[in-house]
Ligand binder design. Structure first.
Ligand SMILES: Nc1ncnc2c1ncn2[C@@H]1O[C@H](COP(=O)(O)OP(=O)(O)OP(=O)(O)O)[C@@H](O)[C@H]1O
Length: 270
């Protein structure tokens, strides 16, 4: 079996050039990447290096200029039609007039899942994100972190084998952000979903990922892939103090700075 049959995401020789009257911008060039089922991969790199563009291509929100892109061995379009992935972006994007439960239920309702099944799934998901008491609350009654948890639950509603996340915790304060990272690590462990995760934070990428993909300034290319091997099977706060964690943070930092000077805009060292 070729890698493209087994990968959650298979990208080969991918280019994306945006053309307009002002000229053309090469956002991505020669990108090769495989994400295995159940694997957590983060994309990190300076502002404008094409991280969101790559994620949007995988999500079939945009089309490559050239190259191969497959999601579970299918075209991105087919994977979208088959609901193979869930998406969560920086803005939680909840509908303010629907309760927490009804926001989570939305993709199921749109796909005509029966009422009893919908209710059971929503209950399960609300428990998973620890918001059972807030099922009947509206988004504006929740904190930013809680809203983001609801967005994650909604992305998981259809049991996707793949989650695409673009800076989902970027707008949260540091403490909430670390709590959300713990939560996401636990959820991924429980659901076994593969994740492609865009972030500007090196520690966040290291804490969550099996591998960190480091990209260069425009035109975006992959300059390094740092494997993260942290001890134990669960990712919790103790890991943030572990020597292996600091070691991986240093490796990612070196990979980033090999391409650009310290303080590269758009990458957080904290
Ligand atoms: N629809 C578009 N039309 C023209 N250019 C675009 C479009 N989308 C992205 N670009 C350009 O492609 C490049 C990559 O953008 P992208 O948003 O993928 O970067 P990024 O790495 O996600 O940045 P950031 O970290 O700041 O979010 C940028 O130069 C951007 O201006």
């Amino acid at each position: 079996m070729s890698s493209s049959d087994t990968s959650a995401v298979h990208v080969e020789g991918l280019d994306r050039v945006f053309t307009s009257k002002q000229g053309s911008v090469t956002a991505l060039t020669g990108v090769d990447l495989d994400v295995a089922p159940g694997e957590f991969v983060s994309l990190i790199g300076p502002s404008g290096c094409g991280k969101s563009t790559l994620l949007r291509l995988v999500a079939d929100l945009d089309e490559p200029t050239s190259g191969t892109l497959e999601v579970f061995g299918k075209s991105a379009r087919q994977a979208r039609l088959d609901q193979d992935y869930g998406i969560a972006f920086q803005q939680a994007g909840l509908l303010p007039w629907r309760t927490v439960a009804r926001n989570i239920e939305l993709p199921l309702a749109l796909h005509k899942v029966g009422k009893a099944e919908r209710q059971a799934r929503v209950e399960e998901l609300i428990e998973l994100i620890g918001l059972t008491e807030f099922a009947g609350s509206y988004p504006d009654q929740l904190s930013g972190g809680m809203q983001q948890r609801v967005a994650i639950a909604r992305a998981l509603a259809e049991r996707p084998r793949l989650l695409l996340m673009d800076e989902p915790f970027g707008a949260l304060d540091e403490m909430t952000r670390e709590r959300m990272q713990n939560e996401l690590a636990r959820i991924c462990g429980e659901t076994g979903a593969a994740v492609v995760f865009v972030t500007h934070s090196i520690p966040e990428a290291v804490f969550l990922s099996d591998r960190v993909v480091v990209m260069s300034p425009r035109p975006g290319r992959i300059v390094d892939v740092v494997p993260v091997r942290l001890p134990g099977t669960t990712r919790d706060d103790a890991l943030r103090e572990d020597a292996a964690f600091f070691d991986a943070v240093a490796k990612v930092r070196e990979a980033l700075h090999g391409e650009a000077p310290v303080g590269t805009r758009g990458v957080e060292n904290r």
